[in-house]
Design a protein around this ligand. Structure first.
Ligand code: 5GP
Ligand code: MG
Length: 178
């Protein structure tokens, strides 16, 4: 028998309702900023998938999306600092307005790497959208153009975010028991 995953959660940091409201606010902001412009979202696997799915469903305007796969966390809670490309993008972004969608901006290494990788395809512009912005000193000089929540330096799971590939399916964001 399995234990209910909720037993592993110390506390809920952001509820389903808080996330839902924030995502619709972000949709409104992005929608008005990209009025009259083409929009291509590139989501960073796998942490961003729930966020992306909720985000895109808020838009009535045309848009495209694709995924990029990178890894830096080798399973645990501590980043190795090395970012590796696991999956290339498969759509043409030349001359397009790219919005990179990710779960968390932490040290900035992941999004710095992704931005650098995407630049070689000569998009018109690259902007960054994350659900969670950690208030820490970045290792890389990269900032989010759109972010949902600022949080202190705690380790969170749920709504796409994992610990050793578990807990991604939780509909809220929580802090794990030690
Ligand atoms: P960075 O490269 O900015 O240090 O980290 C970004 C990536 O690390 C995020 O996309 C996410 O996958 C992972 N990450 C950073 N902080 C957390 C956290 O608190 N919880 C989880 N599950 N992943 C995190
Ligand atoms: Mg990630």
């Amino acid at each position: 028998m399995y234990n209910d995953v909720e037993k592993d959660i110390e506390s809920v940091l952001l509820t389903q309702e808080q996330i839902r409201q924030k995502v619709s606010e972000m949709v409104r902001r992005i929608d008005s900023d990209y009025r009259g412009k083409e929009l291509v979202m590139i989501a960073v696997l796998k942490g961003s998938v729930l966020f992306l799915a909720d985000l895109v469903r808020g838009f009535k305007r045309p848009l495209e999306f694709d995924f990029i796969g990178v890894s830096s966390y080798e399973g645990g809670k501590v980043s190795t600092g090395v970012v590796r490309l696991d999956k290339e993008i498969a759509i043409d972004i030349k001359g397009k307005n790219v919005l990179v969608v990710d779960d968390i901006l932490d040290t900035g290494r992941t999004l710095g790497f992704v931005k650098h990788y995407l630049q070689k395809f000569e998009p018109n512009e690259i902007k960054i959208c994350v659900l969670v912005n950690k208030e820490i000193k970045r290792a890389i000089d990269v900032e989010a153009d759109y972010w949902g929540f600022k949080i202190p330096n705690v380790f969170i799971v749920g709504y796409g975010m994992d610990f050793e590939n578990h807990y991604r399916h939780l509909p809220y964001i929580g802090i794990l028991k030690r």
